[in-house]
Design a protein around this ligand. Structure first.
Ligand SMILES: Nc1ncnc2c1ncn2[C@@H]1O[C@H](COP(=O)(O)OP(=O)(O)OP(=O)(O)O)[C@@H](O)[C@H]1O
Ligand SMILES: [Mg+2]
Length: 176
């Protein structure tokens, strides 16, 4: 099975994904690192300081990986590009996410863009997934155990996530 983990930057994909893959004994792929390492991009988005992923190159490389491994844990905020069998979306309360991203010393603009994306459910919508696990109120290990249960085909009871109530305060705030 190809298990996808999506989520806004800072929600915990890498931390949780690595624990899950280790517990399951399945290879782990971080799509952002893969794109950089294998140059699966078509240039730079200068405004954002990030690579523009080449869908074609990514799919070709992922097809190769799938031929080598039947089971994979793959994570990235654009994980839907590789069509996982099931996708879990990690979520984080916007105020907590803002603090996590500030700790990374991201530019103000990048923090705002990501916090807004989290409020607006962008990753869940893009992934077409309603399996959402919040990471602000549980440890990475607890989040990983829930992902593992989803891998096993179980349906853990999860709170329905909605951060829309954070939008008015977000729009009023001029600085993070
Ligand atoms: N329950 C949790 N699950 C995951 N991360 C958590 C949790 N609680 C706190 N954190 C912290 O949140 C941060 C998440 O960082 P991480 O690099 O895993 O995010 P990411 O989604 O992979 O971001 P990016 O898309 O930029 O790679 C870490 O500092 C981690 O310690
Ligand atoms: Mg990461």
């Amino acid at each position: 099975m190809i298990l996808g983990i999506s989520g806004t930057p800072g929600t915990g994909k890498t931390v949780v994904g690595k624990i899950v893959a280790e517990r399951l004994g399945v290879p782990y792929i971080d799509l952002s690192s893969l794109v950089k390492r294998k140059k699966l991009h078509s240039g730079m988005d200068k405004k954002r300081g990030s690579f523009v992923v080449s869908r074609q190159k990514l799919l070709k490389e992922f097809k190769r990986l799938k031929q080598l491994h039947e089971d994979l844990v793959v994570e990235g905020h654009f994980v839907e590009e590789v069509h996982p069998d099931t996708t879990v979306v990690l979520r984080c309360r916007p105020d907590v996410l803002e603090k996590r991203l500030k700790r990374r010393e991201y530019p103000f603009r990048k923090i705002r863009e990501n916090v807004l994306a989290e409020i607006l459910d962008v990753c869940s919508v893009n992934a077409g997934s309603s399996i959402e696990i919040e990471t602000h109120n549980r440890s990475p290990k607890e989040a990983a155990k829930l992902v593992e249960r989803i891998w096993q085909g179980k349906k853990p009871k999860l709170r329905q996530v909605s951060y829309f109530s954070y939008l008015p305060a977000f729009l009023k705030k001029k600085h993070c």
